[in-house]
Design a protein around this ligand. Structure first.
Ligand SMILES: Nc1ncnc2c1ncn2[C@@H]1O[C@H](COP(=O)(O)OP(=O)(O)OP(=O)(O)O)[C@@H](O)[C@H]1O
Ligand SMILES: [Mg+2]
Length: 398
């Protein structure tokens, strides 16, 4: 008798879950598409005569109340597709389907260091995999909150990681398109009354199905300026991040201390962001490895002497206040390619080998600005302007 009752109860339970799932899907199906809600927003925003107030504009832009927790993810199973209670799942298939190992492997290969960030990305990927597997059994849980904040100094890979994250979320079925729309204050904040909401809406429309990456988000808020429309953007974002989280992932980025201030004055924003990832500045070895990776990608390499010059150069640059980690390395190498090209092309009569076309020499690793600066200083000091310069553009002593 008991043996007969247990499967019956299990079956009943599954049908209830399936029925609730189907009801939710039915009720929210038209709303999970951003189309109709955006049409409503457009209609509401179309009346400049009455001019929607910020709150109304935010409500219109935010779309419908958040759909049921299971909607909005590709491959969500409902009703008869549910696995029976006694079934088992393995993550092999899901990992393969999403080519998760490919994405995570590429992350490891293409990005130097960033170990804590990569670990966090793997955790997020695992959460999403388990979420999908649970869904196969009809185990309901709210869709994981995927809004993120990336903090760290310039050039530490925040934008690069946002692109990778969008790809990952797309492959796992959590984002329909997986593209990234990059926005800063000027892309979102209007200049006069009624200008901000439509401007923000245009950016949000473009970002739907992907990631909205807001760089230096703290510039949205100018506490001292009561006429500033940044707060209107923040209000709209707060609503969209809650109500449209099936369709959009927001990643904010900026310096850690300034983001902290921003969240302190906008606690609602902090609570909407589930993942805070802090990008540390790179050490010298990591920067040199980043440089080598960039050169490999572009089929260049450093001669042994150029490697020494490059290391010296980066070490000097790290002490400069405007140093921007990976970006400074990229800039240095872009300049090196220019110098290399000039060195070769300037020698019209000479024949160059394939290796010559790939190999950078110490003479190529120079910073034009520093060279000019050093030369100006020498002119100002009444010293000779010719002479050897270090890779950092400093005159060689002696
Ligand atoms: N760990 C890394 N491995 C390889 N390249 C990297 C790494 N981190 C950064 N880079 C490279 O450095 C450059 C700057 O990176 P990115 O634009 O992602 O930094 P960011 O943190 O967004 O900077 P910012 O705060 O100034 O916007 C890019 O060319 C990127 O490919
Ligand atoms: Mg960036």
């Amino acid at each position: 008798m008991i043996a007969f009752l247990i499967p019956m109860v299990a079956l009943l339970g599954l049908s209830v879950v399936a029925a609730v799932g189907a009801m939710r899907a039915g009720r929210h199906a038209p709303e999970s598409d951003s189309g109709p809600s955006q049409a409503v927003a457009r209609a509401r925003l179309a009346g400049p005569a009455t001019g929607p107030g910020p709150a109304r504009a935010a409500a219109a832009l935010a779309g419908p109340a958040r759909p049921g927790p299971r909607a909005g993810v590709r491959g969500r199973r409902r009703g008869p597709d549910l696995l029976p209670v006694g079934a088992t799942v393995s993550f092999d298939e899901e990992r393969k389907e999403a080519d998760l190992d490919g994405v995570l492997g590429a992350l490891d290969r293409d990005l130097v260091g960033l170990v804590p960030i990569k670990r966090k990305v793997e955790q997020i990927a695992s959460l999403l995999l388990v979420d999908k597997a649970r869904n196969k059994f009809g185990l309901t849980a709210p869709r994981p909150n995927l809004h993120m904040c990336f903090t760290g100094p310039p050039g530490t890979g925040k934008t690069t990681m946002a692109l990778r994250m969008a790809e990952l979320l797309h492959r796992l079925g959590y984002l329909e398109k997986g593209h990234v729309v990059h926005a800063m204050r000027d892309d979102l904040v209007g200049e006069f009354v009624g200008h901000t909401a439509p401007k923000t809406k245009r950016v949000l429309d473009r970002a739907m199905g992907g990631v909205l990456f807001i760089d230096e988000a703290y510039y949205l808020y100018r506490g001292a300026d009561s006429k500033d429309y940044g707060q209107e953007v923040i209000d709209i974002l707060l609503q969209v991040m809650e109500n449209q989280r099936e369709n959009l992932v927001v990643i904010m980025a900026g310096y850690k201390d300034r983001m902290e201030e921003f969240f302190t004055v906008n606690p609602g924003m902090r609570s909407r962001i589930a993942h805070h990832l802090d990008f540390a500045p790179y050490d010298l070895d990591e920067l040199v490895s980043i440089g080598q990776l960039m050169l490999n990608e572009a089929s260049y390499h450093l001669s042994p002497a150029a490697m020494v010059a490059f290391r010296d150069y980066v070490e000097q640059q790290m002490r400069q206040p405007e140093f921007a980690n990976g970006r400074s390395v990229r800039n240095c190498l872009d300049r090196a390619r220019l110098h290399h090209a000039h060195r070769l092309a300037g020698n019209a009569g000479q024949r160059w080998t394939r290796d010559d076309l790939m190999r950078l020499e110490p003479a190529d690793i120079v910073d034009d600005d520093l060279v000019a600066h050093a030369r100006d200083r020498r002119v100002a000091d009444g010293r000779p302007t010719a002479g050897r310069l270090t890779p950092g553009g400093q005159p060689v002593p002696g």
